[in-house]
Structures are given as structure tokens and as C-alpha cells.
Design a protein around this ligand. Structure first.
Ligand code: URA
Length: 430
């Protein structure tokens, strides 16, 4: 196959709701990665896929073509079962930080390749970089060696892992074609399958702070990804979890590291502990290990594993975390029970304070973020502190405060506000 004419045929097929052949998919992914298909042609194809969807066989081939665009890592010599977790992204989602060392302490190896935040959802690497000296850049050989030695690594993906996804994701970002179930599934699963893990647990977030706002959409995304994992020999399950309110009390970078360390020390907010244990149980089960992560967390072994993992990557687990130049308290507008707290508004507020970035080349402030001093279900008096805002650039306070003022709803004092458990559904391959 060759040339612009073929790209036009591929676009027309999808525009007219047709089905792409395996050959067409392999060709377009390869040619786009090599720079032989123009950005405007790929943009048109992405929009056609966004609008008309893809059949399961097309998604599977598209994913395989993205995997084949780069290296596939070999973790077979790690000497422990490998199992990873991927979250579709949420507000206050620091779970990878306590989870990777916990599952390592259970006897598995967790190759946690992570990304940086874009928009209101934070990135694991941005959070970990709040730890003095910590280095996210490991070669595939260094990563495999650390996994064999300690069982846990959190690091950046190397540039030659699914390079087609790197290019396509940037283009989806600027063509408003990100929120497509076939494209999200292929993007996430190509990277995870290329990473070489034996098993994978997906944390598919549902609610205002997530990509997928409804349970039905999230379940479809989860089923598509679980099917892709099974088709490529990776044992995969998915937990649908609530992202309508922030996870835990801390949203930002250093503040989320501090909260993760509290969890590893046996404390921390109940929802963060509940989700960490639920994901760890699923991971340990897929890895074929007979151990309860709740016991391992209580034993302190997960904390030992965290300290070793941080130190192995140049970080000082005892170094004080960065403090913001300025803090500001936002107070409750009325007395009562907090009925709801909009995760999206809280995430955007933390982002505006400097915890996140608007463009991928922007820096983040390690100390920026916020603490939710009260959460849904808790009582509060009018004028009592509700949020504590952290930033190095106080001119950002007004913007964040405005967002937070509208993010909370109250029920009359004495009312019970019931919330469901954090795990809404588990989807396993049949
Ligand atoms: N995360 C990814 O890696 N890819 C997507 O498409 C969406 C979220």
C-alpha cells in the first residue's frame, strides 16, 4: 500500500461507517508513526472513528498495530509474577503510590509505568517528583533489575514503547477526539501490553471527575479493555470506582505523597485505604498469590517496600516534602452536613493553584494543591475551615476559591448522607 490516495480510502471507509481491513489498520498506524500520513489526514480519520466507532475486531487490530509500533518489554526474568494497575484518571487519585509497594510486599512485581498530569487529573510522576532526588527516568534494563530486586518500580515509559500512541494521543488532544471508547481502550492497552506485564487491573473511574461520566459508558470501556487484555494474553480485570467526589482529602502533588505515606503507615482516609486494598486484592489474585494485602499493610512491610523503592530511584524517603509559599483557608458557607463535593471543580481548583499543567511542556509546582478538611457525610459549622489551599503563586487563590465555592452542597444538620462503597462493579474476563 502506498501514498495519500490510500489514506483517503481509509478515511472514506470510516466516514461511510465501513469496517477497516487489518491491512488498512497496519498501514495507517505504521505510516502515521513514520510521518508518511499527514496530520490533517489522521485528524480526519480520528474524527470519523470518534463519530462512527469501531468494531471489536478493528479495535483489537488497531491496538496490535500500536503495540508493534515500538518495543515490547520482556519481564520474564524478573522471577516473580508481574501485575500492574492502570487508572483512567481522577481527582486525588494517588493510589499507585501505596499500591505498588503493597503488592510488591505481597510477593508480586509491579512494573508501574506512569505518566504526567494533563488538565484536572494529576499524574503519578508529578506527585513522586515532589520527593527530593527521586528519578523517574529508568532504562528498561534498570527497571527490570529493580523489579527483580524490590518488586516495585514507578517510572516513565521509554519513548520507544508504543510510539504510535504518543503521537496519536497528542493529536487527539488538539482535535477533541480523546473521549472515544475505542481510542481510549487501544491507547491504554497498547502501552500496558507492550510493557510486558502478565496481568493487569484497571481502575475505571466513573463520575464528574472522570473521563466517563456514566456507569454505562465506564462499563463499556472496562469490558472493551478487559477483552483486549485477554486477546493479547494479559490476564485483565477492571474495577469501576466512584469518582464523583475527590478520593481522600489531599489533591495535588506533595500533599498526595504525604497522604499515601499515611496509608502505608496504617492510617489515611478510609476511602483511599478501601480502594488500595480492593485493587491490591484483585492484583494479588491475578498474580496467583495466596495472601491478604490488608494483613501485609498492617504488618508494615508495605512501608519498608515504599522506602526501598523511593531510595532505589535516588529519592530520600525521610526528606521533608516541599511546603507552599502561601496557604489560604476556604470556609463553609453554611452549617449542615456536606451532601456532595464536585470532584471536577476540586480537581480544576488544584490545577489552577499550580498542581497541574495546561500544556505538556509546562512545569508543575510540587507544593501546590489543596486539602479537603471536610468531606461528604461530615458535619460542619458555617465559617469553619472547609478547604486549605496551597500555592507558590497566591494570585491564583481567587480563581480556585471561586471554583470551590460552587463545588459543595449541604444537607440540613442531623441528616444522614449515605454514600455507596467506592467499588461500584468488578468486570472480569469470562
Ligand atoms: N489515558 C491514556 O493513556 N490514553 C487515553 O486515551 C486516555 C487516558
Amino acid at each position: 500500500m502506498s501514498g495519500a490516495h490510500t489514506a483517503v480510502d481509509v478515511i472514506r471507509t470510516k466516514r461511510d461507517k465501513g469496517r477497516l481491513t487489518d491491512e488498512q489498520i497496519d498501514w495507517i498506524i505504521r505510516s502515521y508513526t513514520d510521518g508518511d500520513v499527514a496530520e490533517e489526514q489522521m485528524s480526519a480519520l480520528l474524527m470519523a472513528i470518534f463519530l462512527n466507532g469501531m468494531a471489536p475486531t478493528e479495535i483489537s487490530r488497531w491496538t496490535a498495530a500500536m503495540i508493534n509500533s515500538g518495543i515490547r518489554m520482556d519481564l520474564s526474568k524478573v522471577g516473580r509474577p508481574t501485575v500492574d494497575k492502570h487508572s483512567t484518571g481522577g481527582v486525588g487519585d494517588k493510589i499507585s503510590l501505596p499500591l505498588a509497594p503493597l503488592v510488591a510486599a505481597c510477593g508480586a512485581a509491579v512494573p508501574q509505568l506512569s505518566g504526567r498530569g494533563l488538565g484536572h487529573t494529576g499524574g503519578t510522576l508529578d506527585k513522586m517528583e515532589a520527593i527530593a532526588g527521586w528519578n523517574p527516568m529508568l532504562s528498561p534494563e534498570e527497571m527490570a533489575a529493580q523489579l527483580a530486586d524490590l518488586g516495585a518500580v514507578i517510572c516513565a515509559a521509554s519513548a520507544d514503547l508504543a510510539p504510535a500512541d504518543r503521537k496519536l494521543y497528542a493529536l487527539r488532544d488538539v482535535t477533541s477526539t480523546v473521549e472515544s471508547i475505542p481510542m481510549i481502550s487501544a491507547s491504554i492497552m497498547s502501552k500496558k501490553i507492550a510493557e510486558g506485564t502478565d496481568a493487569l487491573v484497571l481502575d475505571v473511574k466513573v463520575g464528574s471527575g472522570a473521563f466517563m461520566k456514566s456507569h454505562e459508558q465506564a462499563a463499556e470501556l472496562a469490558r472493551t479493555m478487559v477483552g483486549l487484555g485477554a486477546a493479547h494474553g494479559v490476564r485483565t480485570s477492571a474495577l469501576l470506582t466512584d469518582m464523583s467526589i475527590p478520593l481522600g482529602r489531599a489533591v495535588g502533588n506533595a500533599v498526595e505523597v504525604a497522604e499515601s505515606v499515611e496509608v502505608l503507615a496504617g492510617g489515611g482516609p478510609a476511602d483511599v485505604v478501601e480502594l488500595t486494598i480492593a485493587l491490591a486484592r484483585e492484583m494479588v489474585s491475578l498474580a496467583g498469590l495466596d495472601v491478604d494485602p490488608a494483613d501485609v499493610l498492617a504488618s508494615g512491610k508495605a512501608m519498608d517496600s515504599w522506602r526501598a523503592m523511593v531510595a532505589a530511584q535516588g529519592g530520600d524517603p525521610d526528606a521533608p516534602l516541599p511546603e507552599p509559599k502561601e496557604k489560604l483557608l476556604v470556609r463553609a458557607a453554611q452549617s449542615g452536613v456536606i451532601a456532595d463535593m464536585d470532584a471536577l471543580a476540586v480537581g480544576v481548583a488544584a490545577w489552577r493553584l499550580g498542581a497541574g499543567r495546561a500544556r505538556k511542556e509546562d512545569p508543575v509546582q510540587p507544593a501546590a494543591g489543596l486539602l479537603c478538611l471536610a468531606k461528604p457525610g461530615e458535619s460542619i459549622e458555617a465559617g469553619a475551615p472547609l478547604f486549605e489551599l496551597h500555592t507558590d503563586t497566591p494570585e491564583r487563590f481567587a480563581d480556585a476559591q471561586q471554583l470551590l465555592d460552587g463545588s459543595v452542597t449541604y444537607a440540613p444538620a442531623g441528616n444522614a448522607v449515605e454514600r455507596t462503597g467506592i467499588v461500584l462493579e468488578t468486570i472480569r474476563s469470562v
